[in-house]
Design a protein around this ligand. Structure first.
Ligand SMILES: *[C@@H]1O[C@H](CO)[C@@H](O)[C@H](O)[C@H]1NC(C)=O
Length: 208
């Protein structure tokens, strides 16, 4: 009887020890298990310990790939402000409220300079269509140097975004990250693009 009790407690203690080990390794070394997490879908949660005094999940978004590093986009958003670039934003005076959001999304080259009172001044992500990339490239010092904490997510059809040297927009972006190494530019994968096109069609009944 004593022998079996001892064996049971050893087994229990080893299980608890292994579990604690896993938790400690996970919290201290930013260990992720991308393959396991991948099984659960598009995104994974990565825990970065002790940032801003608390642990914040960083989500990896595998549909958006960094032009320079080929790494997936990682975002840490809580409350998002998605700001329209419509002229109707003029005179709204909601800049301060927008700037309180943890992530602020803007479209294409929508300006903030001179309109801070209406639209705010922080920009976390700019979602940019392939047709608007030349507009950003008219002012690269501002978009890719001065505001280098902004993440640029570029979307467009595969013919323009292909990476084999024939994607006209991808080539422009590649040149940009060569000239502005601090620029955080991501392109949408072909798979993600088809998914977004399908959502668009479902909601509007139209092909993009
Ligand atoms: C990033 O932006 C800051 C603030 O505008 C600027 O001082 C710095 O030179 C930029 N860094 C690079 C590498 O461009």
């Amino acid at each position: 009887f004593l022998f079996s009790l001892q064996r049971k407690s050893i087994v229990a203690v080893s299980f608890i020890a292994a579990f604690l080990c896993l938790i400690i390794v996970r919290l201290t070394n930013e260990v992720t298990f991308p393959l396991i997490l991948n099984c659960f879908g598009q995104t994974s949660v990565k825990w970065i310990p002790f940032s801003n005094g608390q642990r914040q999940p960083l989500r990896a978004h595998y549909g958006y790939i960094n032009v320079k590093t080929q790494e997936p986009l990682q975002l840490d958003c809580d409350l998002c402000a998605i700001v329209s670039n419509s002229g109707q934003m003029a005179g709204q005076k909601v800049g301060a409220e927008i700037d309180k959001s943890s992530c602020i999304w803007r479209m294409n080259n929508a300006p903030t300079k001179g309109y801070e009172e209406d639209v705010g001044k922080r920009t976390t992500v700019r979602v940019v269509s392939h047709t608007s990339v030349p507009l950003l490239l008219k002012n690269p010092e501002y978009f890719f140097k001065e505001t280098n904490t902004t993440v640029y997510v570029i979307w467009g059809p595969f013919r323009n975004m292909r990476k084999d040297g024939n994607g006209i927009v991808y080539n422009m972006l590649k040149k940009t990250v060569d000239s502005y190494p601090a620029a955080k530019i991501y392109v949408t994968t072909e798979k993600r693009m088809s998914y977004c096109d399908a959502v668009f069609k479902k909601e509007t009944g139209k092909d993009r």
